[in-house]
Design a binder for this molecule. Structure first.
Ligand code: PLP
Length: 225
């Protein structure tokens, strides 16, 4: 089933996004076993993302290959476990986290590749910089010597109002384009999960994070999903 899902997904993504850019699928692997993750990788998934440090660490050696992303809320006291291991931290959601990452990365002689997380729907339950502060925050965090900012990440709110969601997606793309005009390292717009990725891709997302669309329904609920 996983293999079939990945093949179907890759063929659908092959056409690129609404801007004609390639789209990178990231398997969101919370609650999944290393065997399931390895099956997705063998089927053609090149990027995998965990959203808890505990799972990231526990499965690290058993998962074979794949770029390792961290996509969940990251507590500052757990940053140390990702140093030297995470290929991309998608959830850089506050200055305090950037400060800790900078400190730890510098000490280890490492550079942390990151995406700035934007709280696109201004939801109290979600973290991230506001749309209004995103550009300035990006500029200031991109100047940290041991952080390498590669773009933006956002999670759409849950809503049936497609026009509203589309407007949010387009404003994310607009901010992404504005930052990218001055900073060519900004090349990833990570937006889209199993329920909304088609809309996001149509509106210019070039990275989607998919759990249930690849692995099926989750067994155990993830506390901060
Ligand atoms: C779980 C998760 C996803 C994927 O969720 P699905 O709805 O299963 O596709 C994407 N992004 C983050 C940050 C997640 O925690």
């Amino acid at each position: 089933m996983i293999t079939d899902n990945v093949h179907a997904l890759l063929s659908e993504l092959a056409g690129g996004n609404g801007k004609g850019e390639a789209v990178t699928p990231v398997a969101a692997t919370k609650t999944r076993t290393p065997e399931e993750i390895n099956e997705a990788i063998e089927a053609g998934i090149a990027d995998v993302g965990e959203n808890k440090v505990q799972e990231f660490t526990a499965k690290f050696d058993a998962v074979r290959g794949g770029r390792r992303h961290f996509i969940g809320h990251l507590q500052t006291n757990k940053v140390k476990y990702l140093v030297g291991k995470a290929d991309l931290i998608q959830s850089l959601d506050r200055t305090e986290l950037a400060d800790e990452l900078q400190k730890r990365a510098e000490r280890a002689g490492w550079t942390a590749n990151c995406l700035l997380e934007v709280n696109i729907g201004s939801e109290l339950s979600k973290s991230g910089f506001s749309l209004a502060e995103a550009k300035d925050a990006y500029k200031s965090l991109a100047a940290y010597p041991n952080l390498h900012l590669e773009g933006l990440m956002a999670m759409l709110p849950v809503s049936n109002d497609i026009a509203y969601l589309r407007a949010l997606c387009l404003s994310m793309r607009e901010i992404y384009d504005t930052i990218r005009m001055k900073d060519a390292d900004c090349r990833i717009l990570s937006m889209g999960m199993s329920g909304d990725w088609r809309l996001c891709v149509e509106c210019g997302s070039n990275m989607v994070r998919l759990g249930t669309a690849i692995f099926g329904a989750r067994r155990a609920p993830a506390a901060n999903a």
